[in-house]
Design a protein around this ligand. Sequence first.
Ligand code: G6P
Length: 427
Amino acid sequence: MQADIGNALDGALGLDRAALDDLDDRVADAHERIASGRRESEHGYAALNLPETCDPEPIREAAAGFDPESVLTVGIGGSALGAATITDALDSPVDAYYLDNVDPAWVRDLLDSLDLSETVLNVVSRSGTTAETLANFLVVREAMTDAGVDWTERTVVTTGAEGNLRAMAEKHDLPALDVPEGVPGRFSALSTVGLFAAAVAGHDLDELLAGAASEAEKLSGSLYDSPGYAYGAVSYALAERGAAVNAMMPYAESLERFAEWYAQLWAESLGKDGRGQTPARALGATDQHSQLQLYRAGPADKLVTLVRPRESADAGIPETELEGLEYLGGSSLGDLLDAEFRATEASLAAAGRENVRLEINRVDERGLGELLYATEAACVLYGELAGVSTFTQPAVEWGKKAARGLLGGGDFPEADAVRGKRTLEID
Ligand SMILES: O=P(O)(O)OC[C@H]1O[C@H](O)[C@H](O)[C@@H](O)[C@@H]1O
């Protein structure tokens, strides 16, 4: 991956090269902390070791027993978004679906549309206790039984050492993949969590991990040596100067889910102690015709992250006799997308609005491995520089406990706050 941070400098927020050079001393210290966490396989830091520690063989073996039409992943947050980012980005004859919400109509529609006898079910939960995931699993299991499908023959579980899901896998003797120790869900794309659906879909796990490894090798004590660190350092420096929002804007339909994955990573890891940077999601070129207005002319409180592959399949634009459109004819949709990308970049820069360009060669396994790993490294570095606890999520846990208390799943004081909601109703 390559990061071009030129347009992050000398814009409205006033970050200049000298300030970035000064920050590089702190990057060196942060890198030492990260390297030590990786050496000791500390919680969270262990995720940056996945290019070396993730063994793709058991994942491939678990997938090899199936030749399905589709793979259905039941999980939420980090237990769905990494896999979804990979399978959405890459073509495969196997369709990949994700039940990562409990909207009843949506769940029912999806299940009605699938041939469950031709579907592999992957239930993914690190904790093995997440209510949405377990509830959806029970619904899918029943739907399989109703369709005359032996769910125990078509289910693979991915979970931690303990929890309801582990117990269920043992009880029914289901194939189970282990969630690696020390790897939080939002950092688990390059592990059993993110790679099973990719393996079923026939994607090259070795290349995904090799792409990640190539970015891991670049991590050093200077932001100028690593695209991941460069992006993390610049995001942090701009946030300190007022970039409260970071808009992730890939110029590829296939990377739309990547922006969703990034939003969890950035929000849940960095939003602590009154600090953080709000992730926004945009898609080029579509959102040039909507959100760009705000990014260029609204408050100067944003970094816009433009992501694109350098190469992709192209489609020619036919010659036209339509007056005024001659310039399009004989060109291609790829040329148009490229022009739109560069125009957006220039339009933001001309207005002093900071932006960064992240590029991979292609949206393939290698490019995705690079992009996922480098973004994780960026996030970890940002967390170190900001002094936040990157790998915890107490605010999310609060809401989980409150919901569980409301459902009668235990005595949680958080549920009392829900019962005490203030109201001011207007009809
Ligand atoms: O994998 P699970 O234990 O089911 O957790 C799924 C998700 O649950 C929580 O909301 C966490 O905050 C997320 O980080 C996690 O990815």
